[in-house]
Design a protein around this ligand. Structure first.
Ligand code: LAN
Length: 721
């Protein structure tokens, strides 16, 4: 059992000394927070970037007020420059999902991997700060309370050291009980609670490791699933098949009583296998799924031992392969913790795998002004760095004498971030090639993502080919490697998916067991990923017209065809990774512009512009909510957003929209929200995944505003007054 704390009731003030926290980085840009001793802290002044993310930055100088769009962009970067890490990348928070901390804390508790006291205090404070007024938590920070969010975070806050009678625990419990208690938690919640031994495995549907024994040609062999689902499935299936659970202790016994509306021993567990509160359900089980679970229920009563053992041997091997391929960082925050548990079950604690997992766990912990959260990945390093680099080059701000050092540093980091080799266990891990790719965060994690590779390539090309003062750090062969990867990732539809090509039919979505996520079972074509690839290849072609030219042209042609087919009747594109139509429509119009399709020449571009114009709000801005992603219907945010306004104006400019007024109003809105130090305040959450979970991209309020303002300045000069 971990230490209990006497927690204050007001989480608005830090529970630790914020002047002692420092961000540290590896050369690859892996980032972790450390609590220094008072002496160390005195010797090591806290950098501006640390203060910014801690919310303690006070003394930034006021800049001369911007008189036009380009000076507003310049002021924006004057501020944002200070948030660059010494490594050259832009670090940042990646919060939003509220189902991750439960896994982190339960996974750590059951493997005997404690946190520092200060980390625990700030994690508790974070959860106090993001609780809803009813005392519960949603699936993400802007969502209403659900059984999933509330039970996972209730358990987290208790394991981390909050007493049962603390007013926050009392209120959270009341909220959970009003929702019917934790028996109604969705399947991923059932899994985590069972691991902690506060829910019985008999109340969980099967997670059969035997699926991996089917021939690889089988459409539901897990290597064909979306990679996040595959990796989580693999390690969960091991733990499930062993029905592994933490040994009882007094806290576990107490939680058994706190989480339910009935005494624990009187609960009829099997009857709750499919019992999920409607407030949690985004994707109900299909009849096929339910039917399969009935069959699997019988199988689980008496699985053939030899078959199960063979499957488990294979699953174990896959877990080790994933750990070794990613230096224990793992693909994402969920399989990071499930892998850690599998390794612990087999190898115990204080061994190499346990130590490696502990070291990399730190990369998921991010300290914000509200406290410490678990990040959606080990960071957004490549994504944020590439966008601001492109923005600065395209707007001309990169040539400003005072910005050169920042761009040289960013260039060096992009060089550092490119993955040079294929995975250690390549075919064995069913992996996509990685040699030449850029990942979403760091090369330590080491997964190819189609659009990240393309954005990394674009950023690099712009920096090294376009600027007068930068060296050529990345030679032609390494750029060819990136192009080879991109060309190998096109789907037969012409579109591009996220980590791999689509490997199976969309019908497998009928077997989506996780009630809380949509589109999780397989890869899909995404207009955003497709656009990044098109633009990456187009930039490449400009500088290297000889390399695989015909194939590049052919790829772009097919990709554009896919984009045409994916346009909605109303004129926009549905975005899966940012909110939502505004985001994807910006990407799509950038693609179309590269093949000469504009407002004047293309019906697709014109319809998209009309769509965006019809959504402009009275104050001249644009603003959509995450609800658009959930429902597939454009949903206005009550307040316009600087990020959405920037996306919309960029989109209209890509399309060569000829009317000045709507653009000018958008520009004015973004300028009017700029603060005297050049920054913008945080507004609503910007990103999304699996249709139902919002995720924060706080650096977008710098990269896209600066990008839009800089471009608009030139663009508006070309339009008649
Ligand atoms: C991300 C973040 C980045 C994102 C983009 C690059 C923006 C996108 O264009 C492609 C998909 C990708 C890489 C992506 C996939 C899903 C992720 C990894 C995330 C949204 C961040 C967190 C999320 C992950 C699945 C969270 C864990 C939850 C599970 C359901 C396993």
């Amino acid at each position: 059992m971990w230490t209990r704390f006497n927690i204050p009731t007001d989480p608005s003030q830090p529970f630790t000394d914020f002047s002692r926290w420092r961000l540290r980085y590896s050369d690859a840009g892996d980032q972790t927070w450390h609590y220094l001793s008072p002496e160390e802290s005195k010797k090591d002044p806290q950098p501006t970037v640390d203060k910014y993310w801690l919310g303690t930055l006070k003394d930034m100088k006021k800049l001369p007020p911007a008189k036009d769009a380009i000076s507003a962009a310049r002021n924006g970067f004057e501020f944002y420059k200070h948030l660059q890490a010494p490594t050259g990348h832009w670090p940042g928070e990646y919060g939003g999902p509220l189902f991750l901390m439960g896994g982190l804390v339960i996974g750590s508790y059951v493997t005997g991997m404690d946190f520092e006291e200060e980390e625990k205090l700030e994690m508790i404070r974070y959860l106090m700060n993001v609780a809803n007024d009813d005392g519960g938590w949603g699936i993400h920070t802007e969502g209403i309370s659900t059984v999933f969010g509330t039970s996972m975070n209730y358990v987290a806050i208790r394991l981390l050291g909050m007493e049962v009678d603390h007013p926050v625990a009392v209120k959270a419990r009341a909220c959970l009980h009003a929702l019917g208690g934790a028996t109604r938690v969705p399947t991923w919640g059932k899994f985590w609670l069972a691991v902690l031994n506060v829910y019985e495995w008999s109340g969980q549907n099967s997670i059969p490791p035997e699926l991996l024994l089917f021939p690889e040609s089988f459409p539901i062999h897990p290597h064909r699933f979306w990679i996040h689902l595959r990796q989580v499935f693999i390690s969960m299936s091991y733990i499930y098949a062993k029905r592994w659970k933490a040994p009882r202790d007094p806290l576990i016994m107490a939680l058994r009583q706190e989480l339910y509306v009935k005494p624990y021993d009187e609960i009829d567990w099997p009857s709750h296998r499919n019992d999920v509160h409607p407030v949690d359900i985004y994707h109900p089980h299909s009849k096929v799924m339910d039917g399969l679970f009935v069959i699997l229920y019988q199988w689980e009563k008496r699985p053939i031992e030899a078959v199960r053992n063979k499957a488990l041997e294979y699953v174990w091997e896959q877990v080790v392969v994933e750990d070794e391929n990613t230096s224990y960082q793992c693909l994402g925050p969920v399989n990071k913790m499930t892998n850690q548990i599998v390794r612990y079950i087999v190898e115990g604690r204080d061994c190499e795998s346990w130590r490696e997992h502990r070291a990399k766990r730190a990369d998921f912990l991010w300290l914000a002004k509200e406290g410490m959260m678990m990040s959606g990945t080990n960071g957004v390093q490549l994504w944020d760095t590439s966008f601001i680099a492109q923005a600065l080059v395209e707007t001309g701000l990169a040539e400003d004498e005072g910005n050169r050092e920042a761009l040289l540093k960013a260039q060096r980091w992009l060089d550092e971030c490119q993955i040079r080799e294929n995975p250690k266990h390549y075919e064995k891990g069913y992996r996509q090639a990685t040699k030449g790719a850029w990942p979403f965060s760091t090369r330590t994690q080491g997964y190819t993502v189609s659009d990240c590779t393309a954005e990394g390539l674009k950023g690099t090309l712009l920096l090294q080919e376009h600027l007068s003062y930068t060296p050529k750090l990345i030679d032609a062969q390494r750029l060819y490697d990136a192009v080879d990867i991109l060309l190998s990732m096109q789907n037969s539809s012409g579109g591009f998916a996220s980590y791999e090509k689509i490997r199976t039919t969309q019908l497998v979505e009928l077997l989506n067991p996780a009630e809380v996520f949509g589109r999780i079972m397989t890869e899909y074509d995404y207009p955003e990923c497709t656009t990044s690839v098109i633009t990456g290849l187009s930039h490449f072609k400009k500088y290297y017209p000889e390399y695989r030219a015909a194939e590049i042209d052919d790829t772009i042609r097919k990709a554009i065809k896919y984009l045409h087919s994916d346009q909605r009747a109303e004129g926009g594109w549905y975005g899966s990774w940012g909110i939502c139509f505004t985001y994807a429509t910006m990407f799509a119009l950038e693609s179309l512009s590269l093949v000469g399709e504009s407002y004047r020449t293309s019906d697709h571009a014109r319809r998209a512009c009309e769509f965006l114009i019809s959504k402009q709000q009275k104050d001249g801005g644009w603003g959509e909510t995450y609800k658009s992603c959930e429902t597939g219907i454009y949903t206005q945010h009550p307040q316009s957003q600087v990020v959405h306004t920037s996306w919309a104006v960029l989109a209209l400019m890509y399309a060569g929209y000829p009317h000045r007024e709507p653009l000018e109003r958008g520009v004015r809105l973004v300028m009017s929200r700029q603060l005297p130090d050049g920054s913008w305040a945080q507004e609503a959450i910007e990103g999304v995944f699996n249709k139902n979970v919002a995720i924060a991209y706080p650096n977008f309020k710098f990269s896209f505003t600066i990008w839009m303002l800089g471009r608009a300045h030139r663009y508006l000069e070309t339009l008649e007054a």
